[in-house]
Design a binder for this molecule. Structure first.
Ligand SMILES: Nc1ncnc2c1ncn2[C@@H]1O[C@H](COP(=O)(O)OP(=O)(O)OP(=O)(O)O)[C@@H](O)[C@H]1O
Length: 339
């Protein structure tokens, strides 16, 4: 389990106080084996949090516990040993171009003082795991972006870390390659049991592999939870962004429009027909979408009701069905996230 407790990081800067507060009391709990997404607009503190998590930056105050050990106060040899418990995958791959692929994967093992034979054995296993068996003697420049990122993942896993941090790891890749690399990350998580923390601005990354997420804004966590719960929560801005249906194009006011979300197999069911019969009113569908979020299907519709429709009747209908949730009005736009 990774526990982040009230993490604060301030930098010297041009603010009124002469300081920039990049993290202002961030607390998170990331259970072992999760794939945990961290999102937020530019400047919200994602990179600073990541650099605190991979021990490149020392927090101003607060703690980072990994398996109960406080990593935020270490220095010297202890700090170097702790860094091996966390592997990082970078947006721009950060491979050493003068080294072959296999020698890139071996690099952290060299630094850790592992002997040559063992290094080679481990690197070959890892190249096999990431689907690059036979590419060991190539140079990074001879590989595609997706293959280079596979090398980055193999290198990050070389010292058998407990945590894999992915820093916008698929932002430089095209959509198909992104999906393949994400599937690899999910497979690594399943097969090795490594906890994965993903910093991203891509909604597709959250939908495809993350089990939980936290949203940062201005250096603070503004919402957090399991992805399916966020999607089912009518109050969750991140949940809305994950399954967006747009605003009501006809009125704009949202006065009599509601957002209804159906989770699971029921998303394919006839709940709308049942609703129409139950409330005996006219309904216009002004937006709709069905998304796969992890292994769960989520259907969402924006419905406009005839003015004066009994809201209590509609809310009662929804309350009787645990797979449905409802929110009145329009949704807020969430900045900093893209498809
Ligand atoms: N080394 C630094 N010195 C001074 N200020 C910094 C430093 N690093 C980050 N900041 C400031 O801290 C705040 C958070 O920055 P950070 O890079 O963590 O955000 P981010 O969410 O990762 O943004 P982006 O998505 O654009 O990378 C910003 O106001 C930034 O200018």
């Amino acid at each position: 389990m990774i526990v982040v407790e009230n993490l604060v990081k301030t930098f010297p800067g041009a603010g009124r106080s002469g300081k920039v507060a990049a993290l202002r009391g961030v607390s998170l709990e990331i259970p072992d084996g999760e794939i945990y997404g961290i999102v937020g607009p530019s400047g919200s503190g994602k990179s600073t949090l990541l650099r605190c998590l991979n021990l490149l930056e020392r927090p101003t105050s607060g703690r980072i516990l990994l398996g109960g050990d406080d990593l935020s106060t270490l220095s010297g040899a202890e700090l170097r040993a702790a860094r091996r418990r966390i592997g990082t995958v970078f947006q721009q791959f950060n491979l050493l171009h003068s080294r072959t692929v296999i020698r890139n994967v071996e690099f952290p093992l060299e630094v850790a003082g592992i002997d040559k034979e063992q290094r080679r054995k481990r690197a070959l296993e890892l190249l096999d795991l990431v689907g690059l068996a036979g590419k060991g003697e190539s140079y990074p420049s001879q590989l595609s972006g997706g293959q280079q990122q596979r090398v980055g993942i193999a290198r990050a896993l070389a010292v058998e870390p407990e945590v894999l941090l992915c820093d916008e790891a698929t932002s430089a890749l095209d959509p198909d390659t992104t999906d393949q690399v994400l599937d690899l990350v999910a497979e690594v998580n399943r097969r090795l049991g490594v906890t994965v923390v993903v910093i991203t601005h891509e909604l597709g990354v959250l939908r495809r592999i993350c089990s939980s997420a936290a949203r940062l804004a201005a250096g603070q966590v503004v919402e957090t939870g399991r992805i399916v719960d966020l999607v089912a929560d009518p109050e969750s801005a991140l949940g809305h962004a994950l399954v967006p249906v747009g605003t009501d194009p006809s009125t704009g006011s949202g006065a009599d429009t509601a957002l209804v979300t159906a989770i699971g197999d029921a998303a394919h069911g006839p709940w709308l027909a049942e609703m129409i019969r139950a409330i005996d009113a006219d309904i216009a569908v002004v937006g709709g979408r069905v998304e796969q979020v992890g292994s769960v299907t989520v259907g969402r519709m924006r419905l406009r009701f005839t003015a004066g429709t009994d809201r209590a009747l509609i809310e009662g209908f929804v309350a009787e069905r645990p797979y449905l949730s409802l929110a009145w009005g329009t949704e807020a736009e969430l900045e900093g996230l893209t498809e």
